[in-house]
Design a protein around this ligand. Structure first.
Ligand code: AYL
Length: 534
């Protein structure tokens, strides 16, 4: 019999409306924030946007999107660093009823093309600095024909014949209601195996997640100001940094990416109180020579997307005793947070990921016996779990077990008081500083190199950097005369062909044969053992 673990929190009210209506409509899901309150601050320029302007300008863009002939249910892609224009594109897409697929700004042209093709995007919003990458992607052999009118710049000026997002603004469109079960977002995740796949996140998934977060998550209110450095293209930035604060009426300071000096200055200048981060950010702050008094206003940090150990938390809190650090856990496929704890709870439960969030049910299933166990693969169920992988019935059916359980690929234990800890990962995925590095992508790339006969990629834990580093094991096609030079050459060859976070920072190791099962599956466990022995 299965042992179903329930959240100790009663489920909140789960609305049946679109994300746009949930954020800006007239309802009682959460206390309506002041329409004149500041919702977003551009951390570099200082430009401030009120909540009512955010809604109005999204509706203006929605009218422009429709005028391009884009229909409800069509897919648009956003390729840019965090900016207010990025937010306008996302919410404009929502007001127009369009499915939005956000892409990582670090993507190389082939990675971007994969997402354009796979998502079937027919309208693309692009950051001005990334136009070149987009045009390179669209010049690749299997690229779709996207007319220039369907390529829009996330900037206030038009360039090279491409319109600025502001040129699209028209008289505001009033969004029509649409089914809460329809797809809102397609973020990309490799899941347990293979290449990046579109995660079909519905309106109901997101509104349920925000409602759940609002009942248990550190209450943001009054004087809080949120740090917005996590990329909005990743579900962590999208849900927790972009959507949730809009329901709390607290401003988010938007920064294009993590860069030590500008982040420290923004925290000081805007008196930021609350930050969403990944574990390596703590390391940077601990070792920073520029920190001075700049973190005075910070009261708490929430870390997620990768493991945060007890030791690192303790070192951080010793250096900055007024800042509490807590941790959450989740996945793109669960919209994302499934486990979380408050700052107070984190004092006694450092190293764990918290209790199950409201609306979620969990099981821990032993891989060998298929039975529920004390330690096992974490399975999850509830209204925040994705609809499936976009146009990929096979991956969808492989990832759901009977009864609608979503298999996370992470191994967890649960203590008597209901706190979970993540203790292992049974899926292929590597995480570099919270970013997904799907080994299958790097292996396919390496195998396209004539000098490589076989390849396997695993993650190596770096305590110094608090992250895994992707490492390739390679069987050379012919024995290289200078092995060290060959290893360097391979690592260099990968750079630039993939997003920077997929670079082989864990090194290249030459090996006689890749350990494989009789069916040809790479035995990653054996490679991990090998790495430990070194
Ligand atoms: P994706 N500890 C250990 N591993 C974690 C943790 C954690 N706290 N959080 C995420 N992971 C790993 O889709 C785990 O292997 O993440 C999981 O399957 O890019 C995988 O990352 C999911 O990778 C939070 C907590 C946002 C999590 C997130 C979302 C991360 C999305 C806010 O507070």
């Amino acid at each position: 019999m299965s042992r179903i673990l329930e959240s100790i929190h009663p489920p909140p009210f789960l609305p049946k409306c679109s994300i746009f209506d949930y954020l800006f409509g007239d309802h009682q899901c959460y206390p309506t924030p002041d329409p004149k309150g500041i919702a977003f601050i551009d951390g570099l320029s200082g430009k401030k946007v009120q909540r009512q302007q955010v809604a109005h300008q999204a509706r203006q863009l929605a009218a422009g999107i429709r005028s391009l002939g884009v229909k409800q249910g069509d897919v648009m892609l956003i390729f840019g660093m965090n900016s207010y224009e990025w937010i306008n594109a996302l919410l404009g897409g929502q007001a127009a009823g369009v499915v939005v697929s956000p892409a990582s700004y670090a993507y190389s042209p082939p990675e971007l093309l994969h997402q354009i093709n796979d998502s079937t995007a027919s309208l693309i919003f692009v950051g001005p600095l990334l136009l070149d990458t987009l045009l390179k992607a669209l010049a690749l052999p299997d690229a779709p024909k996207i007319p220039p009118s369907r390529i829009v710049l996330l900037s206030d000026t038009s360039t090279a014949g491409y319109k600025s997002i502001y040129d699209l603004w028209q008289a505001p469109l009033t969004p029509e209601p649409y089914a809460e079960s329809s797809t809102a977002y397609l973020c990309y995740s490799s899941g347990t195996t293979g290449r990046a796949k579109g995660v079909e996140t519905s309106h109901h998934n997101i509104t349920s997640e925000i409602q759940a977060l609002n009942t248990v998550y550190e209450p943001l209110a009054d004087k809080d100001v949120v740090l917005g450095i996590l990329p909005f293209s990743h579900i962590y930035g999208l849900s927790v940094v972009l959507h949730q604060p809009l329901t709390r009426g607290v401003p988010v300071v938007i920064l294009p990416r993590f860069e030590e000096i500008s982040v420290l200055s923004a925290i000081e200048k805007y008196k930021i109180t609350w930050g969403l981060v990944v574990p390596p950010v703590l390391i940077v702050l601990i070792h920073s020579k520029n920190v001075g008094n700049k973190l005075k206003s910070l009261r708490g940090l929430m870390s997620g997307a990768a493991p945060l150990g007890r030791e690192l938390t303790a070192t951080f809190e010793k250096k900055f005793p007024w800042i509490k650090v807590t941790q959450g856990y989740g996945l793109t496929e669960t919209s994302p947070v499934t486990h979380v704890m408050t700052l107070d709870e984190s004092r006694t439960h450092s190293g764990q990921v918290g209790r199950l969030m409201p609306t979620f049910q969990a099981r821990l299933v032993d891989a060998e016996s298929g039975k529920d166990a004390e330690r096992g693969e974490l399975w999850l169920r509830g209204p925040c779990v994705m609809k499936g992988y976009w146009r990929n019935a096979e991956a969808t059916s492989n990832t759901f077990a009977e009864g609608g359980w979503f298999k996370t690929g992470d191994v967890a234990v649960v203590a008597e008081d209901g706190y979970f800890a993540i203790v292992d990962r049974v899926k292929e995925l590597i995480k570099y500083k919270g970013f997904q590095v799907p080994p299958a992508e790097l292996e396919a790339l390496l195998l396209s190199n004539d000098q490589v006969a076989d390849a396997a990629v695993i993650g190596i834990w770096s305590k110094d950097q608090a992250t895994e580093l992707p490492r390739a094991y390679i069987v050379p096609a012919t024995k290289p005369a200078d092995a060290a030079a060959f290893r360097k050459e391979i690592a260099k060859w990968v750079e630039g062909k993939v997003a920077h976070y997929k670079n082989l920072r864990g090194g290249v190791v030459l090996i006689d044969a890749i350990p494989k099962s009789p069916s040809g599956k790479i035995l990653r466990k054996d490679l991990r053992l090998l790495a430990k022995e070194e």
